[in-house]
Design a protein around this ligand. Sequence first.
Ligand code: ATR
Length: 278
Amino acid sequence: MDLYCVMGNPVEHSKSPWIHARFAELTGQRLHYGKRLIPLANFAASLREFMNDAAGTARGCNITVPFKFEAAAVATRVSARAELARAANILSFEAGGIHADNTDGIGLVDDIQRNAGLALAGRDVLLIGAGGAAAGVLGPLIEARPARIAIANRTHAKAVALAERHQALALLQKTELLTPDLQGLQGKFDVIINATASSLSGAGVPVPGSVLRPGALAYDMMYGPAARGFMAWALEHGAVPRDGLGMLVEQAAEAFLIWRGVRPPSAQVLAELRAVME
Ligand code: ATR
């Protein structure tokens, strides 16, 4: 049988096996999708081991924290969006090589536009953070053609470097890229996206509530307990909160499409996943 898996560390709580099993059921595809805990210093060897798995035919894998950078580096062919992100969340095994891609950004954009019903074109967007999570989504965010994307990060130089790397794409799409200081941030935004790890360390939301336009969408790329602080902050300031569960399902749907050539009914699977998680 065709084999897939998610590789990460930690990986125990990954919802990807559940999501892909449901996609396979609903589209009538025969495959097995597991999870593999990868020792921190052993990514390349563990990947080879999976590719040679005797139990079936390994076709590809998803990559999660902290291996997304290594995954892009080991590939023989890298998509333009993974190249820009310098990170991959999906590998496809092909004759003589490994193709790396990144579906995180399109997952975020699909969740905002299709599931939350907010068209990004012409909007003012604030992206908080400039680490791996932010880098993974900036390209597809620009391709959705908001009027402006402000990237604000605790370490300002990282926001500037990330913006510079995306400047050519932004010019092409006529989206203005700004890098305001996080301290004392001003302006009003229709959409703000939290791509920082600040909630994991128990720190508060690093921007004032005044940056939200009334009814703005306040999106945390995390879900579950890690997103709770940001969700509460959004509600307190009159914004519409949304966690990253939809992004998780939509990035998986894009991966499934790449591997199997079929788009699964992601909105249905997202509703089912929310119900089982409650
Ligand atoms: P990830 O892959 O999850 O993005 P990362 O690459 O380590 O992880 O990036 C973490 C992001 O969260 C960075 O933007 C980081 O800011 P710095 O670049 O200044 O380190 C941000 N971050 C982490 N803790 C934070 C905090 N307490 N307040 C504000 N930003 C924080």
